[in-house]
Ligand binder design. Structure first.
Ligand SMILES: NC(=O)c1ccc[n+]([C@@H]2O[C@H](COP(=O)([O-])OP(=O)(O)OC[C@H]3O[C@@H](n4cnc5c(N)ncnc54)[C@H](OP(=O)(O)O)[C@@H]3O)[C@@H](O)[C@H]2O)c1
Length: 294
């Protein structure tokens, strides 16, 4: 099976590449090979490589900056995605794509189901939703994994930010009223590989699937967890966990509005794959260890 992967330099892309390398003929393309701001380039490379399956881990992911770069954001997260989906339909191949908890407004009391109505509050969220719609409308065979709060030992993410701030500051403020599930990029890649294995056996059902690590937390509690784990591993920091002060979202100056409830109900995916998703704490411990060893 020939798999074409876009976004191999990203947090998720790098892990997907590692997870698929041994089992598939893998073609990995980065921004220099294909710029998502030019959709004709996407069509050209798909025609050229004739993959059996496409995985798109490329995206515009700077949520706040997105508010000021609307055209570029929609080009990468919606127009380019539509181009891939149309090619997937034309060539009758599967398309695996990643979307976001930020397609929701966060007003639900419970964790979000795939069937809950999206209502994005930010340009980024809207662009991801438009990408989803374009995939569905194309009529291709697709998997959209809506995921949340991704981190890895590379890229820019919350875990790396907290570890960095811990070395520089004696106290910080972190929002305590946004709830969600931190999700490690390696766990997303493992699930992607399981999904492809089922696709190969004709057992996977096309659709949207929520994919987060198990359990939930707030950014504030997550920050404390990161620092406590790091300290257990001997990380030298100026900051003590009790000096991570809770702050409300309304008092924090974000450019983009964020949902207060980012929790995703992942039962559909667990049932499809017959697995239990890993706990966020265990996944986070692995990445914190990796970062500290670096
Ligand atoms: N990060 C999160 O917390 C989060 C949460 C929920 C959902 N998601 C979704 O999960 C997916 C993976 O996210 P991630 O955190 O792994 O993203 P990431 O680390 O920011 O990586 C983004 C990837 O997209 C590529 N890219 C950006 N602009 C491009 C362009 N114009 N042309 C071609 N490639 C371009 C980047 O290439 P360069 O290395 O060259 O920049 C990089 O490989 C995305 O769909 C994202 O929307 C992310």
């Amino acid at each position: 099976m020939k798999v074409l992967l876009f976004g191999q330099t990203g947090q998720v892309g790098r892990e997907v590449k590692d997870a698929l390398l041994a089992s598939y003929e893998l073609i990995t393309l980065n921004r220099l090979d294909v710029n998502f701001e030019k959709k004709t380039e996407i069509e050209r490379v798909i025609e050229l490589h004739k993959p059996d399956l496409i995985v798109n881990a490329a995206a515009y992911t700077a949520v706040d900056k997105a508010e000021h770069e609307k055209k570029k954001v929609f080009q990468i997260n919606s127009v380019a995605v539509e181009a891939i989906a149309k090619m997937a339909k034309k060539m009758d191949v599967w398309f695996i794509h990643y979307s976001s908890d930020y397609v929701f407004d966060g007003k639900n009391k419970n964790a979000y189901l795939e069937s809950d109505a999206p209502a994005p509050k930010s340009i980024y969220g809207q662009s991801k939703l438009d990408g989803e719609k374009a995939i569905i409308e194309s009529g291709c065979k697709y998997v959209i994994f809506r995921t949340s709060w991704i981190y890895n030992d590379i890229g820019s993410n919350f875990v790396k930010t907290i570890l960095k701030l811990a070395r520089e500051k004696k106290s910080i403020e972190v929002v305590d009223d946004q709830w969600g599930s931190p999700t490690s990029a390696p766990s997303i890649a493992k699930i992607t590989a399981l999904c492809i294995a089922q696709i190969k056996e004709d057992k996977f059902k096309s659709g949207i699937y929520h994919l987060s690590n198990r359990g939930e937390t707030s950014w504030h509690l997550f920050a404390k967890f990161i620092l406590n784990e790091a300290e257990k591993l001997g990380y030298q920091s100026l900051l003590k966990a009790e000096k991570i002060k809770p702050i409300k979202t309304k008092d924090y100056l974000y450019d983009a509005e964020r949902p207060l409830n980012s929790r995703l109900n992942c039962a559909k995916l667990e049932s499809q794959l017959r697995i239990e998703l890993p706990s966020w704490k265990i996944e986070a411990q692995k990445i914190i260890l990796k970062l500290i060893q670096k």
